[in-house]
Design a protein around this ligand. Structure first.
Ligand SMILES: NC(=O)C1=CN([C@@H]2O[C@H](COP(=O)(O)OP(=O)(O)OC[C@H]3O[C@@H](n4cnc5c(N)ncnc54)[C@H](OP(=O)(O)O)[C@@H]3O)[C@@H](O)[C@H]2O)C=CC1
Ligand SMILES: O=C(O)C1=N[C@H](C(=O)O)C[C@H](O)C1
Length: 266
């Protein structure tokens, strides 16, 4: 399986190159940076700090189209849309970690999955995906007596809020309790907000320093609290998940999958 990494100079891009180079069963076929990047022509392995790989950075997918089978995309929602179109047009598979997609962008992603294999997950760490599974049981067992809040902390550079993981945590809990997240979500609170309503799911966002990614789901009632927390301390945990997904996609031609599929947690 030949893998291409787009957004190669980004925080995740460099970590993904490192993870691909360290993994067995996949090879780095191409690495793509911004079309105006001064890095074009430099070696992808040297950029990622893993030594020369003989793969020169290019400025477009077109320039890499004969060199890969699956694209890994941790970029921006706008670029992800273009990447999906390219992958459909050229029969490439795609692994997407980009978060912050709006409803129209998500609908486009789903439509593309009818034409090629798409793996999309807001968090590719094994730990977070186990938390999704555990949360179903916790939410169903505790039920509507417990107030539910999702709290996330990320580095100062993160541009979307709440994080994609926080939103998915909220969806998992809402689904387990038969609620519609679009109706019960409350994002941040300020001023004379009045007492909390029983079925709302609150989201709080913290942005500070270099935090890789912390998520907590808090269930609180009279007399006790349950907190389920995941803390990522290295981006490599996400990158390893994405590389694992590339290998898993080898047997798939079309369809929309996520890490629950890759980890056999459905
Ligand atoms: N699913 C998961 O497990 C995880 C998801 N993420 C998500 O991944 C995404 C990226 O995060 P992060 O790596 O921190 O962000 P960065 O900003 O560090 O990286 C994004 C990269 O995309 C590049 N890019 C943007 N537009 C273009 C373009 N038109 N052509 C080529 N390259 C482009 C940027 O290049 P330039 O700066 O030159 O514009 C940059 O290098 C976010 O949505 C984040 O939430 C992050 C971690 C884990
Ligand atoms: O932008 C990040 O850094 C991260 N984004 C993902 C998200 O939005 O959930 C996953 C991870 O927490 C890191």
């Amino acid at each position: 399986m030949r893998v291409a990494v787009i957004g190669a100079a980004g925080r995740m891009g460099k970590t993904l190159i490192e993870a691909v180079c360290q993994a067995e069963g996949v090879t780095l076929g191409a690495a793509i940076v911004h079309p105006e990047s001064s890095l074009i022509g430099a070696d992808a392995g040297e950029l990622a700090g893993v030594g020369r790989q003989g793969i020169a950075l290019v400025g477009s997918l077109e320039a890499a189209k004969d060199d890969f089978d699956v694209l890994i995309d941790f970029t921006t929602p706008a670029l992800t849309q273009q990447n999906l179109d390219f992958c459909v047009a050229h029969s490439k598979k795609i692994v997407i970690g980009t978060t912050g997609l709006n409803d129209a962008e998500t609908a486009h992603l789903k439509a593309c999955a009818d034409k090629t294999a798409v793996m999309f997950a807001p968090n590719m760490s094994v730990g977070v995906n186990v938390c999704f599974k555990v949360l179903e049981l916790v939410a169903k067992t505790l039920g509507d007596d417990y107030d539910i809040e999702v709290i996330e902390t990320h580095h100062r550079h993160k541009v979307d809020s709440p994080s994609g993981t926080a939103l998915r945590l909220g969806e998992v809990v809402a689904d387990a309790l038969g609620r519609d997240l679009k109706e019960c979500a409350v994002y941040g609170r300020e001023g004379q907000i009045g007492p909390r309503t029983q079925k709302e799911i609150g989201f709080e966002t913290v942005r500070a320093g270099d935090v890789v990614g912390d998520h907590t789901v808090l269930f609180a009632t009279e007399g006790e609290r349950v907190e389920i927390t995941h803390k990522a301390s290295s981006r490599m945990t996400f990158a390893k998940g994405a590389v694992r997904a590339c290998g898993w996609l080898a047997g798939k031609e079309v369809g929309l999958f996520d890490m629950q599929d890759v980890l056999n947690l459905r």
